[in-house]
Design a protein around this ligand. Sequence first.
Ligand SMILES: Nc1ncnc2c1ncn2[C@@H]1O[C@H](COP(=O)(O)OP(=O)(O)O)[C@@H](O)[C@H]1O
Ligand SMILES: [Mg+2]
Length: 299
Amino acid sequence: MGGRVNGSAIQLIEQIGAGGMSTVWKAFDPSRNKIIAVKILADQYSSNGRDIESFRQEERVMEEIDSPWIVKAYAFEHVGNKWRILMEYVDGYTFSDLLQRKQHIKESDCLLICESVAAALDLAWNDHGIVHCDIKPENIMINSDGVVKLTDLGIFHRYDHSESKMEISEHVTGTPAYISPEQIYGDVQPDCRADIYSLAATVYHLATGRTLFPGLDNDATMRAHCDRASQARDPRCYRPSLSEGFCQLLEAMLVKDRDQRISSWKDVYEMCLEVEKGMRFKYRDNASQYPSSLKISSH
Ligand SMILES: Nc1ncnc2c1ncn2[C@@H]1O[C@H](COP(=O)(O)OP(=O)(O)O)[C@@H](O)[C@H]1O
Ligand SMILES: [Mg+2]
C-alpha cells in the first residue's frame, strides 16, 4: 500500500479508458518522476464500503504479484473524495483495440500472447492462489516494446483451501464471450482452470477474428459454453493456415468439464512451446530463438 499522505500532486493528463465502475487516466507523478496510469472509482460507487473494499483488493493484488506480464500497482489512495489506484502506465493498446484494426492475429503472435499470460497467471495462481476470472482481449495489453501486460484484476478470486464447499454465487461474474462453464454454474470455487478456458476463448478470438459462439446473445452464449453438444467451430474454418498443433492446444484448453481440461499453466506453456517447435520444423528451419516480445504492427 502506498504511503503517500498528499497524493494531490499527481497531474491527470487525459482519460485513456473507462469501464463500468471506473475511469482510467494517463497522469504524471512528480514524486516518481514518470508517467503513470490512475484508475479512479466512479462517484456512484465511492460511498459503498463493499465497492471501495473490492477496489482496494484489486490494487493490493496488483501490487503483490510481481510479474513482468502483469500491470504493477504502486498505491491506493483517497484524494479529494476519490478512491484511486496508481499503477504502471502501459504505453500501447489492448488486444481488443488491435482486433478492431486487424481481422486477426497471426499464430506465432497468438502463441507468444498465450505464453506471456500463462507465465503471468502461473505465478498468480501458484504463489498467490489468484484466479483472474476475466481474461479477455480488453484486459490484455501490449506495450510499445511488444511486452504483453495483463490488467484489470477487478473481479479476481483468491482460492481458499479451507473452503471445501462454496456457496452458489448470486450472480455470474465474468464476460459472456470468454467465461468458463464453471463460473457460469457458480457451484465450485474457480481455480486456474477457469482462466485457462478464458485464455483459450480469447486466443481463439484473436486467431480467427470470431468469438467461440458468434451471433448469439449473452444468455445463449453462456448456454453454449455449458452445453456439451455445442462445440465451437474448428478455428481452421476461418483460418485454414492455422497449424494442427495450435488447434489441439485450444481444444485442450477449452474442454467444458474442467476435470478433463489441461490443468496447469506449466502444461499450457509447454504445449505452446511444442506447437512452436512444430511450426519451426514445418516453416521455420532457420529460426534460432524466439523473441520474448511481439512485433505486431497495429495497422
Ligand atoms: N495501466 C494502464 N495503462 C494504460 N492503459 C490502461 C491501463 N489500465 C487500463 N488501461 C485502459 O483502460 C481500460 C479500462 O481499464 P480496466 O482496468 O480494464 O478497467 P475496467 O475494470 O473498467 O474494465 C483498459 O481496457 C485499457 O484500455
Ligand atoms: Mg477491463
